[in-house]
Write a protein that binds this ligand. Structure first.
Ligand code: SF4
Ligand code: SF4
Length: 441
């Protein structure tokens, strides 16, 4: 979920962002799959009796308002669900035509489209290629890990269909990234997941989204219990560091993992560019099939409904006090434990939806994934400093691979020549024979 907005004064009484993101859900939560951890499926309960189909006149109204409200030269429409392909291709042909109709001269429009891939065919892929869509394809790893939770309505596996979708996208040369949810079923298998995506699927772009799923009846972000499908913070940290260690030695510059890019931006003194790691949020909203606008895709629930774009202008809702406070709360509710944390500059306490723990001194608002974030961001500190240094010197961050290989070769030589009573080359301060050399006869 990219975030590009900056708030700028637009008048005496309102403050509106120059740009913001909206997740469009033209079929609401409706999906042809039944992924066990999906937080969207429960949202059907919000609209009893609805057909869950965005009407054409509403699509036009939204397109007009959204383009008019984006004061930037590049505008991205983001489509999600549920499963957006269930709207049918004709809907998206109309969407693209409307975008061209309302596009300001000199403005470039992109479409980002998140799909489970199971309904893609040549017609869809050719359309995506023709209109330069960026596709997000959901896949959780090799078949046995993907199919752990990602099943169809009959409980049947879906991996083979998603792989077929990836092949179709590749055949049509459509750019796509893989969105992998990390959960209890695959979190202990980081390299199987990463290598499958890199070597079998052949993707260059990956995102690893942690599943922290509240265990309650409402499906809203309330209560402190999480389901047993959720991972733990420690597991997530180990998952990320294991993949990072593989990536930083072999794949920098040819495989792009979103959280690694976010980290490099932060270590380079730039904004992370992803709402969960920004100081404040509130610029990534969600639009339901009937025009209802919500503060965030993770907060599609009555308390965060800002209004309907057929009754209140989109920009007015985005610039409302409520929405601005929603975004500022991310920083203002940060516990002291986070404020004093060494990796706060990159973590910023994570997403508010996951802040369900208490700090060691009893303050509420600590992120459920804190252990993992701290472990991961601490682990990558040294290589990130090197890559950020390469960037500052206008050299390729990929040089890290050569630098680490040279360091490791030197270290191996030191270990190979260390005598029993020498200080251990690992730097522990102990003798070699009491440290890494203790099993050497
Ligand atoms: S609540 Fe979380 S996902 Fe939503 S905008 Fe804020 S940081 Fe992003
Ligand atoms: S690592 Fe933990 S303590 Fe540090 S900022 Fe993130 S959530 Fe807060």
């Amino acid at each position: 979920m990219e975030q590009t907005a900056t708030f700028a004064s637009a008048g005496d009484t309102t403050v509106t962002p120059a740009a913001f993101h909206v997740m469009m859900k033209p079929r609401g939560a409706i999906c042809n799959l039944d992924c066990k951890y999906c937080y969207f499926l429960s949202k059907e309960m919000l609209y009893p009796g609805s057909r869950f189909r965005m009407a054409d006149d509403l699509l036009e109204e939204y397109t007009k308002q959204y383009i008019a409200s984006q004061q930037v030269p590049v505008i991205t429409f983001a489509w999600q669900g549920g499963e957006p392909t269930l709207m049918g291709l004709e809907f998206f042909k109309r969407a693209v035509a409307l975008q061209q109709q309302y596009r300001r001269p000199g403005t470039k429009i992109y479409n980002a489209f998140q799909t489970n891939g199971t309904l893609l065919d040549d017609a869809w892929c050719s359309f995506f290629r023709q209109h330069d869509f960026l596709i997000g394809l959901s896949m959780d790893g090799p078949p046995e890990l993907h199919d752990y939770y990602r099943v169809d309505k009959g409980g049947a596996p879906t991996h083979h269909k998603v792989l077929a979708a990836a092949r179709l996208l590749q055949k049509h040369r459509v750019e796509f990234n893989i969105l992998t949810t990390v959960h209890a079923g695959n979190v202990e298998h980081p390299l199987e997941v990463y290598c499958h995506l890199r070597d079998e699927v052949g993707t260059q772009y990956m995102q690893f989204i942690p599943i922290v799923e509240r265990d309650n009846e409402t499906g809203f972000q309330e209560g402190e219990a999480v389901t047993d499908r959720s991972l733990t913070g420690a597991q997530y940290g180990k998952f990320l560091t294991t993949i990072f260690d593989e990536w930083v030695r072999h794949d920098v510059g040819r495989v792009f993992v979103q959280i690694f890019d976010v980290a490099l931006a932060a270590w380079s003194g730039q904004r992370p560019g992803l709402c969960i790691f920004e100081e404040t949020c509130g610029n990534a909203l969600a639009l339901e099939h009937n025009g209802d606008l919500y503060s965030c895709d993770h907060f599609v629930e009555p308390a965060y409904r800002l209004g309907n774009i057929q009754e209140i202008p989109l920009l007015e809702m985005v610039g409302s006090d409520f929405q601005r406070q929603f975004g500022l709360d991310k920083r203002e509710s940060l516990p002291t434990y986070c404020r004093e944390c060494e990796v706060r500059f990159v973590c910023n306490g994570g997403c508010p939806k996951d802040r369900i723990l208490h700090t060691p001194d009893g303050e509420p608002g600590l992120n459920f994934l804190c252990d993992g974030f701290k472990h991961f961001f601490t682990h990558i500190d040294q290589p990130m400093r090197i890559m950020a240094g390469e960037l500052r010197a206008q050299r390729a961050p990929a040089n890290i691979m050569r630098i680490l290989a040279e360091e490791e070769a030197v270290m191996q030589r030191r270990f190979a020549t260390a005598q029993r009573n020498d200080p251990c080359p690992c730097g522990s301060g102990r003798k070699f024979k009491q440290c890494h050399g203790r099993h050497i006869p």
